[in-house]
Design a protein around this ligand. Sequence first.
Ligand code: UTP
Length: 476
Amino acid sequence: MAKSPLIESFERAGQGHVFAFFDQLAPADQQRLLADAAEIDLAEIEQLTRTLLAKGAATGINLDGLAPAPYEPRPEHGGDAPAWASAKIAGETALRAGRVAAFTVAGGQGTRLGYDGPKGTYPVTPVKKKTLFQVFAEKILAAGVRYGKPLHWFIMTSHANHAATEAFFTEHAFFGLDRGRVHFFRQGRMPAVDLNGKILLETKASIAMSPDGHGGSLRALDRSGALDLMAKEGIDILSYFQVDNPLVRGIDPTFVGWHVLGGSEMSSKMVAKAYAGEKVGHFCTQNGQTLVIEYSDLPKEYQEEIDPATGKLRYLAGSIAIHILDTHFIRRMAAGGEGVALPFHRADKKIPTVDAAGNPVKPDKPNGVKFEMFVFDALPFAKNPVIIETRREDDFSPVKNAEGLDSPKTCRDDQIRQFVRWLKANGASVPADATGLAPFAIEVSPTFGYDEDSFADAWKKLSPKPEIKDGLYLSA
Ligand code: UTP
């Protein structure tokens, strides 16, 4: 039988070992391996090996001309209150016009949490133990009601969790959303390579493939037809958030408004870093462009530098992975072209593989490299990027780790603190410690109130007011 051209192309690229066990495989396994291989852009791998893996490859980033990026401070921090008010009105107008859709990236592997299943199916709320997906679904549902336009919701999955994610939504009747407005699509994958750039097999019949990072969402939105659907529906504003952060105001009229009024192609929220070494990306400018530099790439002296004018950290603005993207910008990024592409980042990992005899190997130290793109790397390409300040407690408490920082426990407490703040702001008396945490669990369903304003409206109408005690659950 003639050798497949695909196998020949791997041999020519010095990756022929991928098919070392091909002749031993059953036909179905052979097909599977060929399908994995067909996803790989060999020229891209060759180029990444040359640039990111080669000995002496540039490490570290260029710091020439680096400065902190400007941002719009909140009114209580000296920001322009009328401009914030105008932004809110502009955002509400865009929402009423149906220009906005929600977008959740949910293709990650969630290794740190160590939960078996799509991360969005993880229960997070204090009383009802609603899952992350349910929280977002109810916020999106409620925002649709508030602005008189049901929203579309795009959810990026991975090969590994796509079927389970769809099944979860079906099982839960899409949490009351119109299923015609919930769209799942898979992100791309990249092969892992060893430290010499050789593609790693996971088993004799499969390549070690993993999701291409949240930055892969830009090309996946295009390839999946999602952008065409948005164009058809009159959507040009995509509100991006991550699956692990139930506090996020996924639909925030003020943020939408800043984006619209700024003529921005990509907008971001920042929070003041909690301490110099906090592990968040830093919003910076360089050569007239806006960019995010990861904490691991920014030298310690920059992270700790104090601005003499304010007495605060000079690189204060931390990225919390909340963005708004203009759909035309996404299309331009996905199309690529001269110099227009998100860079890949290298992550050294322990990658289960097989040895030369085909026996499984579970490495105890990093044996290879995964390549990922990050969505914030699109910022330097965006026209008029806008960065606004947000209060961390209103927007950010991710579930990343099983315990400790950014864990289910810290996220539960932050949700309770938010409900306590909303109640107190509306005149209710709630016992709370110095951090604002109640001594018991309470919960507000997004269908009752999903942000300060919607909560205030619902609370005003509520009669009689409930007793605030352990297990209180407010819902529409
Ligand atoms: P993280 O950086 O926290 O990665 O993703 P992760 O894979 O979920 O978790 P760990 O590092 O293995 O513990 C941040 C967000 O980006 C999404 C995740 O689903 C999460 O919403 N993401 C990440 C993708 O959609 N695709 C990816 O390839 C990577």
